[in-house]
Design a protein around this ligand. Structure first.
Ligand SMILES: Cc1cc2nc3c(=O)[nH]c(=O)nc-3n(C[C@H](O)[C@H](O)[C@H](O)COP(=O)(O)OP(=O)(O)OC[C@H]3O[C@@H](n4cnc5c(N)ncnc54)[C@H](O)[C@@H]3O)c2cc1C
Length: 334
């Protein structure tokens, strides 16, 4: 029997972490590289002084039976819970609809917890931006960061980043780079605001119609350092596209104005105000292939851009990737 292969995963979002935890123990040496200081990617947590916000994914829904099983296990571990918030639709300051039927889940105490928990059982290296991959003559890949520093050689490489980064990293593998470069992504400006006194808003979150905003949500975290009323405002893709090159201050004021208009409240001064532009927020045209793997080059790719633009899509893509790698390992190493 041949020695088990070594595997590098590039990207510690939910797709990469799911793939990594599923492969644990089945391969010789598995390392996940993440360019940010924390794992999580688009389920990130934004901190501004004493205040914190889920500024990416707000909640998740479950449709697929496999994902149900995973979410049940997460519930048992205490890292997610059903979200029983009151969610409405808003149009020009009026509540037009109430959505209590959809079952939604959130991370406990914050969305990021799911990624942090998965990362605990992985060999994760953060603050390493893999910028170049060199295919070796025999088999496998050598990885380098953006300064050209060598990051090791691996038999199998999985790229678990957003689609544009996949395309940049593996131009020499058209069966992966071509579909990845055809993915279009939405842009999303997120605004994070904290108010000293609670705003007079009875609902917890709202889908906003006819507004620069598409979503607003009160952010409550169990272990918060203060009792400020924290709100996350997400602009619509169209508005975000229009304002993509605008100054942050201008965007901040525009988002706040839209918030007061949507909620029909008088303006209040936040004690903390920040904005973040997600330049690659959601894939518009996922490829519907779960994951991609080129056996001859031992390289694969996964992420929400393969399946569906949501947490469920990222997790299922990561699982599909792990399944393909396992089959490859049985075929070539057993
Ligand atoms: C504003 C916003 C709101 C959303 N709302 C929801 C929601 O309410 N519900 C829902 O289900 N989904 C939502 N989503 C979508 C959800 O967050 C994503 O579908 C999911 O998190 C994608 O996971 P992923 O692992 O595929 O990619 P990512 O989370 O993008 O992970 C990729 C990781 O790769 C890292 N990386 C990239 N390039 C490199 C490199 N060269 N070297 C090393 N590391 C690298 C990145 O830093 C990142 O951590 C939202 C997304 C955004 C942006």
């Amino acid at each position: 029997m041949k020695k088990k292969p070594s595997v590098a995963i590039i990207g510690a979002g939910l797709a990469g972490l799911t793939c990594g935890t599923a492969l644990k123990g089945l391969v010789e040496d598995l390392r996940i590289f993440e360019k940010n200081v924390t794992p999580g990617g688009r389920i990130g947590c934004f901190r501004a002084g004493d205040y914190e916000f889920n500024h990416g994914a707000q909640y998740f829904t479950v449709n697929n039976p496999l994902f149900w099983n995973i979410v049940s296990a997460w519930q048992t571990e205490g890292i997610v819970r059903p979200w029983d918030g009151w969610i409405v639709e808003l149009q020009k300051g009026q509540v037009t609809n109430s959505d209590m039927a959809t079952q939604r889940f959130v991370g406990v105490p914050r969305m990021l917890k799911v990624a942090e928990q998965l990362a605990l059982s992985c060999d994760l290296v953060t603050s390493v931006n893999i910028s170049e991959m060199e295919q070796q003559a025999g088999k496998g890949w050598r990885l380098f960061n953006e300064r050209g520093d060598y990051q090791g050689a691996y038999d199998i490489v999985i790229i678990a980043t957003a689609a544009h980064q996949v395309a940049d990293l593996c131009r020499s593998i058209p069966m992966i780079s071509k579909p990845a470069e055809n993915i279009d992504m939405t842009i999303c400006w997120s605004g994070m605001f904290a108010f000293e006194k609670a705003l007079n808003i009875p609902y917890d979150a709202a889908f906003v119609l006819d507004s620069p905003l598409s979503w607003i949500s009160r952010y409550q975290v169990a272990d918060a350092a203060n009792d400020a009323d924290c709100w996350v405002l997400q602009a619509s893709p169209e508005w975000s596209q229009q304002y993509v090159a605008s100054f942050r201050g201008r965007v901040m004021h525009a988002l706040l104005d839209a918030f007061w208009e949507a909620t029909d409240l008088g303006a209040d001064k936040p004690v903390s105000a920040s904005v973040h532009c997600w330049r690659h927020a959601l894939p518009i045209n996922p490829i519907s292939e779960d994951s991609l793997f080129d056996e001859s080059a031992a390289i694969g790719a996964c992420g929400d851009w393969c399946t569906a633009p949501r947490i469920e899509g990222a997790v299922l893509s990561g699982f599909s990737m792990a399944d393909r790698v396992m089959k490859y390992v049985h075929k070539h190493y057993d």
